[in-house]
Design a protein around this ligand. Structure first.
Ligand code: 13P
Length: 341
């Protein structure tokens, strides 16, 4: 492992004013997204859609530091034969790859899941590196329910995240460590804080046990938010204040950056929350975005599978990338959204 080089990549992933595009929806997830816009999920449609994002030159160059790809996409070529990886590199962004293989039921823990994919991961990482990937992603999923999460689920998922991260660094790939506490459910923001703190503490403990170099990773957590079905919704200032406090208590300063997932927040909420945290300032790490839905919902709708809508979809994507880029600097204003509408 060359830690200086890993650190350089990690720093580039959280460069000021930039964030990560999570375009790594699995075949099942992208089908769900396409179903909502009435588009059939064929290999060509998935390619055409992702190609239009990666060809949004201005947004990609100005606001996107890296793109997380799904296995299918990292091998795909654009319509004109250019590898999609090359489109990303030519725009000055770094290609990354989702390497977990989804979740399975955790034995003995009804309703709880553990992320799988460690077997043969070293071999897969080598192939992905040769194909241009310089970072990877592994997502653990923790659900808040009655009596859950269990310690077993927290421990098993944190352990797998740390094993993955160590394998990545050995393969000279920066791991994005993603312990996601879901916002489904009716829990309040303080419950989200407690469970997220538990998961983050366990994750950093396991990263230490697996000898992961913190300077060569990026953390991708959820924010501290109210559950979707909670009767009261914490306002933006409370989300920002509680998330920053939580992270300061759990994330060592050696980690170069934290790139949040959007997790089902609305586009504008995800932007406003990130902006409010950066306006607090005085943080030991960069705080930016690694959004899937909050960057792509608007362009997907604008595109709706029609080639005549490509330019409109690219405008919608560029707008969200610009708004989130500003939020990563604490320079976003709600007025900027209205101006674009
Ligand atoms: P969302 O921003 O849609 O939560 O997706 C981010 C991601 O990569 C989840 O693994």
């Amino acid at each position: 492992m060359n830690l200086a080089d890993l650190n350089k990549v990690a720093e580039a992933m959280v460069a000021p004013g930039k964030g990560i595009l999570a375009a790594d929806e699995s075949s099942g997830t992208i089908k769900k997204r396409f179903d909502t816009i009435g588009v059939e999920s064929t290999e060509d449609n998935r390619r055409d859609y992702r190609e239009l994002l990666f060809r949004s030159r201005d947004a990609m160059a100005r606001r996107i530091s890296g793109v997380i790809l799904y296995d299918e996409t990292i091998w795909q070529k654009a319509k004109d034969g250019t590898p999609l990886v090359k489109l990303i590199q030519d725009a000055g962004a770094i290609p990354g790859i989702k390497v977990d293989e989804g979740t399975q039921a955790l034995p003995g823990c009804p309703g709880e899941l553990v992320t799988v994919g460690l077997d043969k991961l070293a071999e897969r990482l080598k192939k992905y590196y040769d194909q241009g990937a310089r970072f990877a992603k592994w997502r653990a999923v923790i659900d808040i329910g009655r009596g859950t999460p269990s310690h077993t689920a927290i421990y098993a998922n944190a352990h797998a995240l740390a094993r993955y991260a160590a394998l990545c660094q050995a393969a000279q790939i920066v791991p994005i460590v993603e312990p996601e506490v879901l916002m489904d459910g009716d829990h309040d923001i303080d419950t989200c804080c407690r469970v997220t703190e538990w998961m983050l503490k366990e994750t950093f403990q396991q990263l230490y046990f697996q000898r992961v170099a913190l300077e060569g990773m990026v953390l991708k957590p959820n924010m501290a938010v109210s559950g979707k079905k909670c009767a009261t919704r914490a306002p933006v200032a409370e989300v920002a204040e509680k998330t920053v406090r939580l992270l300061k208590n759990c994330v060592p300063a050696a980690v170069p950056g934290i790139a949040f997932l959007s997790g089902g927040q609305s586009d504008e909420e995800a932007t406003a929350h990130l902006d409010a945290m950066n306006k607090i300032g005085g943080l030991p790490w960069k705080l930016t975005f690694s959004y899937g839905r909050a960057l792509q919902a608007a362009p997907q709708k604008a595109w709706s599978g029609k080639s005549q809508n490509v330019a409109a979809a690219q405008r919608a994507f560029s707008h969200r990338a610009e708004m989130n880029g500003l939020a990563s600097l604490g320079q976003w204003k709600a007025d900027l959204e209205k101006k674009a509408a």
